[in-house]
Design a protein around this ligand. Structure first.
Ligand SMILES: [Zn+2]
Length: 148
């Protein structure tokens, strides 16, 4: 894989940890020990998934901060929601600005290929193919049908 993409993924991982660290102590304090652990794991996973998606498909991920907050808000008491929303906004904004710089620097041109499919509207699909593949997740069935 392209070295710059690996670097970006590594940075996105750091961003997801930073967001998680900024909100983990706000997770529902009245949840029992086991539940507390489950909540923490869910929150961390949601942070990682948001950052992964942002790194993979930055131009097609419209509101990553809102998406992440919607995914995790249920793990926090009402009294902490505003603070969580703020921390998520800040953390995601930092990651988005980093990705924006990478796009401007051309990290997503050349190095990353585009899916070979044509969309229903007749335009070339702009999504990133799956690793080692020629089609994105929505069009991967095209690849298997060609191979078969
Ligand atoms: Zn596609």
């Amino acid at each position: 894989m392209d070295e710059r993409i690996l670097l970006i993924q590594n940075c996105m991982y750091q961003y997801s940890r930073a967001i998680y660290r900024s909100i983990k102590d706000l997770i529902d304090p009245y949840a029992s020990g086991d539940l507390q652990l489950t909540y923490r794991r869910e929150v961390l996973t949601a942070c990682e998934q948001t950052m992964e998606r942002l790194a993979r498909d930055p131009e097609y991920f419209a509101y990553p901060d809102r998406t992440l907050f919607q995914d995790i808000r249920r793990y926090f008491p009402i009294t902490h929601q505003a603070q969580v929303a703020w921390a998520v906004n800040e953390g995601v904004a930092a990651a988005v600005s980093f990705i924006g710089d990478q796009i401007e620097a051309g990290a997503f041109d050349g190095g990353v290929t585009r899916c070979r499919a044509t969309t229903r509207k007749g335009k070339p699909c702009q999504r990133t193919p799956l690793p080692e593949r020629e089609y994105c997740p929505s069009h991967q069935h095209l690849e298997t049908s060609v191979a078969a």
